[in-house]
Design a binder for this molecule. Structure first.
Ligand code: F6R
Length: 643
């Protein structure tokens, strides 16, 4: 039997790709398709009285797949009675009941919700003494073999290209073993453990050879932050430095990607190199800017040879002369630059990003966390205020989980001491603060905050956001704290966005009736708060779009702290002078709880203001390299059309 002949098994015809790769535009359909393939294997083998041996992964990526399997168990009678599960890996030397252990993860995300026989669910041990590790790993290998090998192995991919915890340098013949986790892996896991220093240094993982023996392998990757490594694994050479590239040698592997994770593949990034392209305004702009960037030339200096030698002769053929093509794209880029993000009063706006009328606009900036407004669009925010628009800011979530405990302790203690000093007696306040202080004194690493502590942390961030607004000049009445309920779990794991969240966002829009909405269009992490907040705005706008005021409303998307829009996508670029850059920096400084080593630092050790400045300078530099005017920095936006 050929395992895995579901929807994913199409013939791959794309140049450069050495692994069968399928792209889905929706994370939901992607997860359902993979779950359906797993379910098919289970039922097929069950009908023959055989057991199915699954290799399972943890991490953020497979969660939706497990949810769908649980749904199929509940609603469609899918049974796991004949299923044997082997997990890829487990942290070493972590209490088995620690909330970060993969045992707990598997129980919470799958095992506790289906009829799987727990005696057939295997996960490498976490608490085994060093001398016994080798024996334990050999036994793990033998057990997999004794059940006839893995029928289906589900994989994620680390940003360093790891599969399981086979870090760069892992040999193709490696088997289950103890491994030292590398810097990227530990940084990526830091948010689950509070800080990076709490992340275990070692893990036990199935080896590359163990994985490669599986009859069918599906690797799932979602989100922009996986795009570069996916390209290397799929299109690059097989190398120990990118363990996922070993999968090129497996004859039944599929990479399943969402649009963001697929973004760097040649067929997406430079489609003219893999296929015939229907040239339209967007693809022409993409091709010409890409060519100029690759050749490190200003657009107006590109020659016919440059086009012909780089797979773009058919594009050139659409134009009489190379100059016509160059000037066409140059003008488009030029027209994206404006110092008037709210529209230039009285100007001819035919080729401007924003309309001139009405001169004074009502502007609503949505900020997923309390600092995204200033970090991601601080310069534009300031201009909108300075140019006299009625600017509102809506902070979508409290951002309370990103405040460090010692910061909260300091504030709680301040209030407590202040009250005592002046004999201010408020039993309610006293309770909140003494409870939070008591909890903090004995809090264990990674433990979920109690409600009163979350309240204090939320207040800290609220104060910082208000301080930024004061600094920029936003009227107090125009600051809105939405405290969306989906966020309020006290953990990184959030509730699904729901009706109450949509209602709050829609009410906010309806009460302001904005001419412009700015929102974080940051899709870097498909499970992250920015994406959920954006989905909430999209849904609210869909519900409101038939109202008259929405016909006069434009939506502009900015990116979060991590990445910038590709230059060909940018529809409005707002330049900043050196003074404006500095002012933005001071605005970001108001968020003191997010300075000097933050809770969610990630692998990038720069502070938020540094990331923002570097990025804004890079955008300006790119425009300049393409032959446009030289600015100190630029913020960039893409328009979202909802009609
Ligand atoms: C998990 C595992 C890892 C993850 C990878 C991606 O069992 O072995 O290889 O699959 O680190 O993690 P996420 O999905 O969280 O990005």
């Amino acid at each position: 039997m050929v395992i895995g002949n579901g929807m994913l098994n199409q013939t791959n015809t794309f140049l450069f790709e050495k692994i069968h790769t399928v792209i889905y535009s929706s994370a939901e359909i992607l997860s359902k398709t993979i779950a359906a393939e797993i379910a098919d294997i289970i039922t097929e083998k069950q009908s023959r009285g055989e057991k199915t041996v699954l290799g399972l992964a943890t991490g953020s990526t497979p969660k939706e797949i497990y949810k769908e399997l649980i749904r199929m168990y509940r609603e469609e009678g899918l049974s796991f009675k004949n299923v044997v599960c082997f997990n890829l890996d487990e942290y070493y030397a972590l209490p088995a009941n620690a909330c970060q252990s993969y045992r707990q993860y598997m129980k919470e995300n799958l095992f506790n919700h289906v009829d799987v026989d727990m005696s057939l669910c295997f996960i490498p041990a976490t608490d085994i003494i060093q001398q016994d590790v080798k024996k334990h790993c050999e036994a793990y290998e033998e057990k997999i073999a004794a059940f006839g090998g893995l029928d289906f192995q589900l994989l994620g991919i680390g940003r360093n290209g790891h599969i399981g915890f086979n870090e760069p340098g892992s040999h193709i013949n490696s088997v289950t073993r103890l491994i030292t986790l590398d810097f990227t892996t530990r940084s990526d896991a830091a948010c689950e453990f509070g800080t990076k220093s709490n992340v275990p240094r070692k893990a036990i993982t199935m080896g590359v050879a163990t994985i490669m023996k599986a009859k069918r392998i599906v690797l799932v990757a979602m989100g922009e932050r996986k795009a570069e490594i996916v390209k290397k694994a799929v299109e690059g050479p097989v190398t120990e430095f990118i363990p996922a590239s070993y999968l090129q040698g497996h004859n039944n592997t599929t990479f399943v990607l969402d649009n963001s994770a697929a973004a760097a593949l040649t067929r997406i990034k430079t489609p003219w190199l893999t296929d015939d392209v229907n040239w339209d305004v967007k693809t022409i702009k993409k091709a010409v800017t890409h060519l100029a960037i690759t050749l490190n030339k200003p657009i107006l200096k590109l020659t016919a040879n440059d086009y012909n030698e780089n797979g773009l002769s058919d594009l050139l053929a659409l134009y009489k002369q190379v100059h016509d093509l160059n000037i066409d794209v140059f003008n488009q880029l030029q027209q994206t630059i404006t110092g008037w993000p709210g529209g230039k009063p009285g100007a001819d706006d035919t080729n401007r990003p924003e309309r001139a009328w009405p001169e004074k606009k009502r502007v609503l900036i949505f900020s997923p966390h309390p600092d995204d407004d200033i970090i991601s669009m601080g310069g534009t925010f300031q201009r909108l205020v300075d140019q006299g628009h009625e600017v509102h800011v809506a902070y979508q979530t409290s951002g309370n989980i990103a405040v460090a405990d010692d910061e909260a302790f300091r504030f709680a203690e301040f209030v407590y001491d202040f009250n005592n000093q002046f004999a201010i007696k408020s039993p309610e306040a006293e309770n909140i603060f003494s409870e939070a202080l008591e909890f903090l004194k004995t809090k264990e690493n990674g433990k979920k905050d109690i409600q009163s502590l979350r309240y204090i942390k939320g207040l800290i961030r609220k104060g910082e956001a208000k301080s930024t607004c004061r600094f920029v000049g936003v009227h107090t009445d125009n600051i809105h704290f939405l405290n969306l309920p989906f966020y309020e779990t006290g953990t990184i794991e959030k509730k699904p966005i729901g009706e109450e969240d949509y209602r709050i966002i829609a009410n906010c829009i309806e009460s302001i009736k904005p001419h412009q909405i700015y929102a974080a269009g940051d899709l870097a992490d498909p499970h992250g708060t920015h994406k959920v907040c954006l989905d909430g705005i999209f849904e609210a706008i869909h519900r409101l779009k038939y109202n008259d005021f929405m016909k006069d409303c434009r939506v502009w998307l900015y990116k979060g702290a991590w990445a910038e829009w590709d230059i060909d996508l940018i529809e409005m670029a707002v330049p900043m002078s050196p003074d404006q850059v500095l002012k933005k920096r001071y605005g970001i400084f108001k968020h003191q709880s997010q300075k000097d080593g933050v809770v969610f630092q990630g692998a990038d050790s720069r502070e938020f203001w540094q990331r923002a400045e570097d990025r804004n300078r890079e955008t300006a530099c790119l425009y300049n390299k393409l032959g446009l005017a030289e600015y100190e920095a630029m913020e960039a936006f893409v328009r979202w059309h909802f009609a």
